[in-house]
Every structure is written in structure tokens, then in C-alpha cells.
Design a protein around this ligand. Structure first.
Ligand code: CTP
Length: 400
């Protein structure tokens, strides 16, 4: 497994082993990761920030603020799929263990919601000291992962324990960890997202306000978990750059239907999050419709219902998830859709909830399944909601 598409924040602290970090960055990038490097001030005595910026192709940040700009540690913490602190000096380890926050590395560490890996590096006596070992146990108990130190020649000239793991070994450690967290490796998924446009004439259409953000977030979480994802995406300026997501652009309900039906055949999981128009003009005018004295009526005809038709051909090994956007009797209508469309789960959105629905970066959802009571989730970011949806899909598939 590679690190394709993984966003890694590498925090370099003050230890002689920092001289190995440009090579570490090169290997991470070669394995497919995007790397942003942070340093403590002491780290810059051991490795040149310019070298790290050159190999990572991103500026190296070392302060919470650089004069007039504020380096948003919360954003960096959220951006990262993985934070790697290498080398981690005895001093930085003590700060991490005690929640001290006097530099950017500590601030990003405290803000990070992703797995954090720590590769300690110090002299053997420092390594074996009870306070260091206590600090290690503490940060391990917080859920961080320690990359074991090596044995060999140390900066003091002594031979012993405390060397930072070699860059190649760190890559192996990370990839082993990440492959264990990819339960959908080898699986295929279909996701539909965004609105559809149904043409009235060459310049007008029937559409809706969907941005596709929720479906894109689901596609990316499925890909993070190892699935090969086909994203059938309607007209929106949003897009996915995740290497595990292959996007097929469509415009109308008819195109969404045909592309989704094609991809469904080989899919293990399908999540239909698109806001598909239910009607299209019976006929599209070939020329622009001119304004007339009287009003205008357009005859509409029903579009293909992709979820309904996939529900009819669904195999027992496939998991089919639909969305329902309701404004009244939400639970009742949602449950009806679950049964009528033969879905395994319906993600229910209510337009009444503030922060939910089209255009927002947050969503408030309820998960409806056949076997369990409805699960209402609090207001979450669309990424967090996507993680909850995908975890629920995994639970459903596991329970089969
Ligand atoms: N859907 C679809 N094709 C359509 C209409 C809807 O695949 N032509 C899918 C949506 O992607 C969603 C689910 O069906 O997963 C429910 O969509 P929604 O618009 O809430 O329900 P409808 O069946 O259209 O019912 P109504 O609009 O009457 O509530």
C-alpha cells in the first residue's frame, strides 16, 4: 500500500536526527503523500527550512504568527490525515505529554483530529530516564502512536537506544497502520452528488441549489477507507481531487441514471446523494423561447428515479444508501422511502434544521435503517457527517 492522497503534517523538533527529515519528506512524497512541514525554532539549527520547503513544495511554518499573517493551527490540524512528529526531542515530548502550547507544533498537535505518530530521538540516558518513559506512556495513553527508536550510534558518540527510526522504517510503519484502517480495500463504490439540470431551451434549465458537498465528502471518506470510488457528479463548481475518486460529470437525471446504472454493476456500495430533478420538460425547445404576451406553460414529464431502479436490481452483496430531504413528517416519509426504494439505509435531512441542507458546510442528519431505531446525529461538519455515514455502512455490511 502506498500513501497516495494522504495529507501529512510533519513536525520537526530540535534533535540532530532532524538532518534526516528532507529524505523523509522525499520518501513520503514519493509514496504519494502531500506533506506540509512545521518546525520548532530549535529544529532550524539542525536542518534548513529551505531544504524542507523545497522537497515538500510547501512553505515551512515555524510560528503561530509570521509578523502580519496568522498560521491557522486549527486548519492545519483539520487538513491533516496524519500528523508525524519526527524527530520528537525529549523537550517536545514533555510538552506533548503535558498539554504545553508554546509553539506552532504543540498548537497543531492539540488541534489535530487525525492519528498522530511520534518518532522520538534522543541520547540513551535521556531516553531511559523515568520522566521520558512516563511522558511516552502518557502520550500513548492519549491514543498517539509511538514509532520505536533504533539502537546504534548516538550524537554523543555512545552506542545505545534512542536513535530516531530510519525514514524508510517510518514509511513502513505508517503504511502498515493505514492499510489496517482501510476496511474497503479492494471494494468499489458508486456515489452520486450535486444537482441535475433539465434543459428547457438552449439557455434555461430546471435545477436546484445542491452544491454536491455532502456527496463529495462521502466519496472521499469511502476512498480514504480504501474503496475505489466512481463519483457521478452533477453541474457544480465543487470537485474532488482525491486520487481514489474517479469523477464522471453529468448534467441531467437521464445521464445520472445511465452512468450510475453502469457503475452499479460492479459496485459493492452505492450512496445516492444527488438532488435529482423529479421532472424534466417534455420537450426541449431547440431555439431560445421568446417572451410572448401571454404566460408560458411547460409540460413536464417524470425523470428516471435512479435509486428506485437500483433498488430493484440490487444483489444481496450490495449496500444501497439513499438520501431524503423532507420538510414535513420527516421520519415517516424517510421510512417510506427506505422501503419503497429497497434501500439499506436512508440519510434523512430536514430543511428545518439550521445549518443543514444545501450550501452549508454542516449537516444535521438522521440515519434510518430497517433493523435499528433511527439514529439522530448532532449538527456536524459535512466531513464528520460523511464519516458517520460511512461508519454506519461498514456496520451494516459487517452485520450481514
Ligand atoms: N433519487 C434518484 N433519482 C430521482 C430522484 C431521487 O436517484 N429521479 C434519489 C436521490 O438521490 C435520493 C433519493 O432518491 O437518494 C430520494 O430523493 P428525494 O428527492 O428526497 O425523494 P423523491 O423520491 O424524489 O421523493 P419526493 O421528492 O417526492 O420527496
Amino acid at each position: 500500500m502506498s500513501l497516495t492522497g494522504k495529507k501529512i503534517v510533519l513536525a520537526v523538533t530540535g534533535s540532530i536526527a532532524a538532518y534526516k527529515t528532507p529524505q523523509l519528506v522525499r520518501l513520503l512524497v514519493k509514496a504519494g503523500a502531500e506533506v506540509k512541514v512545521l518546525t520548532t525554532r530549535a529544529a532550524a539549527d539542525f536542518v534548513s527550512p529551505l531544504s524542507l520547503a523545497t522537497v515538500s513544495k510547501h512553505p515551512v511554518l515555524s510560528d503561530v504568527s509570521d509578523g502580519s499573517t496568522w498560521n491557522n493551527h486549527v486548519e492545519l490540524g483539520l487538513w491533516a490525515d496524519v500528523m508525524l512528529i519526527a524527530p520528537c526531542s525529549a523537550n517536545s515530548l514533555a510538552k506533548l505529554a503535558n498539554g504545553i502550547c508554546d509553539n506552532l507544533v504543540c498548537a497543531v498537535y492539540l488541534s489535530a483530529r487525525c492519528p498522530v505518530f511520534v518518532a522520538p530521538a534522543m541520547d540513551e540516558d535521556m531516553w531511559k530516564h523515568s520522566s521520558t518513559q512516563n511522558n511516552l506512556n502518557k502520550i500513548r495513553s492519549y491514543g498517539n502512536h509511538i514509532i520505536p527508536v533504533g539502537h546504534g550510534e548516538l550524537a554523543s558518540g555512545l552506542v545505545g537506544e534512542g536513535r530516531m527510526a530510519e525514514p524508510e522504517d517510518m514509511i513502513t510503519f505508517l503504511t502498515d497502520f493505514l492499510s489496517a484502517t482501510q476496511p474497503l480495500k479492494g471494494k468499489k463504490a458508486l456515489v452520486t452528488a450535486g444537482p441535475t439540470y433539465e434543459r428547457i431551451d438552449p439557455v434555461r434549465f430546471i435545477g436546484n441549489f445542491s452544491t454536491g458537498k455532502m456527496g463529495i465528502a462521502i466519496a472521499e471518506v469511502l476512498a480514504d477507507k480504501g474503496a475505489e470510488v466512481t463519483l457521478v457528479l452533477g453541474p457544480t463548481s465543487e470537485r474532488s481531487q482525491h486520487p481514489g475518486v474517479q469523477t464522471v460529470r453529468i448534467e441531467s437525471a437521464k445521464e445520472l441514471y445511465s452512468e450510475s446504472t453502469k457503475a452499479f454493476e460492479n459496485a459493492d456500495i452505492a450512496v445516492l446523494a444527488a438532488a435529482v430533478a423529479d421532472y424534466r420538460p417534455e420537450q426541449m425547445a431547440t431555439e431560445k423561447i421568446k417572451k410572448a404576451e401571454s404566460g408560458l406553460s411547460i409540460s413536464l414529464t417524470k425523470t428516471e428515479d435512479t435509486l428506485l431502479s437500483l433498488g430493484k436490481i440490487k444483489r444481496p452483496d450490495q449496500t444501497l444508501v439513499g438520501f431524503a430531504l423532507e420538510t414535513t413528517n420527516e421520519l415517516e416519509h424517510g421510512m417510506k422511502k427506505l422501503v419503497a426504494k429497497n434501500a439499506d439505509m436512508i440519510v434523512l435531512n430536514s430543511l428545518k434544521d439550521e445549518g443543514a441542507g444545501f450550501g452549508h458546510d454542516t449537516n444535521k442528519i438522521t440515519l434510518l435503517t430497517r433493523s435499528e431505531a433511527p439514529e439522530s446525529l448532532p449538527l456536524l461538519s459535512k466531513k464528520e457527517a460523511a464519516i458517520a455515514i460511512v461508519n454506519h455502512i461498514l456496520k451494516l455490511r459487517h452485520a450481514e
